[in-house]
Design a protein around this ligand. Sequence first.
Ligand code: TYM
Length: 332
Amino acid sequence: KPRVLSGIQPTSGSFHLGNYLGAVRQWVALQESHDAFYMVVDLHAITVPQDPAELKANTRFAAAQLLAAGVDPERCTLFVQSHVPEHAQLGWIMNCLTGFGEASRMTQFKDKAAKQGAERATVGLFTYPILQVADILLYQADQVPVGEDQRQHIELTRDLAERFNGRFGQTFTLPAPYILKETAKIYDLQDPAIKMSKSASTPKGLINLLDEPKTTAKKVKSAVTDTDTVIRYDAEKKPGVSNLLTIYATLTGAGIPELEQKYEGKGYGALKTDLAEVMVEFVTPFRERTQQYMDDPETLDSLLAKGAEKARAVAAETLAQAYEKVGLLPAK
Ligand code: TYM
């Protein structure tokens, strides 16, 4: 089986709809056909300031949400990044292969650093993509299911894998991004020019999966649409309604042409009312399942411990090879 690996940050408390449609949904599908490794990337979360108690709670919350979304530890390896120390260890090796200028070109770093004020941004934030490179290479992943915003980090991963292989001999698999065109970028409901995100979206434009379903319905109903009233998919001219159609189609399995036909001659109000209902039907059981996992932290923690053990078996082998190739003297 080909291997996939991906990660999600525990920073937010709740996943948002972009995380789910852009990534987690694909994780669930791929665990059927692939040897899948999925992790909560707590080491990445601390590249920006975190409250320790919240970080711990959010890490469990993230794992609970993955399980609630259908990530199944019987079908994949689900773990917490910091439980596998090899990530930080290979991260160091990769740091030593990355050019300063190369790292400086990472657009997500530039955006995040600008938001915090360049002086406050940490070196950890700067090397964030390089830790991500280590995440992926440790498992010899063939494919990495993510949203569009992660594409550049996967390109960096390929570059560094090639560089390492070229310098020290074949060691790492070159991974390909697995990005579904339709859901690669879910947009803010209030400003369809920007992607939905914890940091940039306004509260009304951001669908948190753990919000009260009532709140979610309200946000959908007040989504910004476009100036005319025709319900048609046109990402360029009608970004607002196109985003809603994408969400609707993905959550229900309906085709976009089918939806266009269904709403022909009807107004945006009808579309939004129906989509609000679809959303409520999706988030209500999702919240309940997440809560069930949160109510039993012991089971959750032991499940994550098992995942970490499986992950470590793979990661340790790759790290040993990398150490050997680089010429680090093995401890006797
Ligand atoms: P993170 O935690 O920011 O986001 C998790 C996943 O959600 C996707 N995503 C979106 N997709 C579509 N539309 C959106 N509006 C949207 N917002 C977020 C992201 O693309 C991502 O796939 N650096 C990663 C975590 C990471 C990782 C890895 C991923 C660490 N190591 C190794 C893959 C492989 C991140 O911050 O994702």
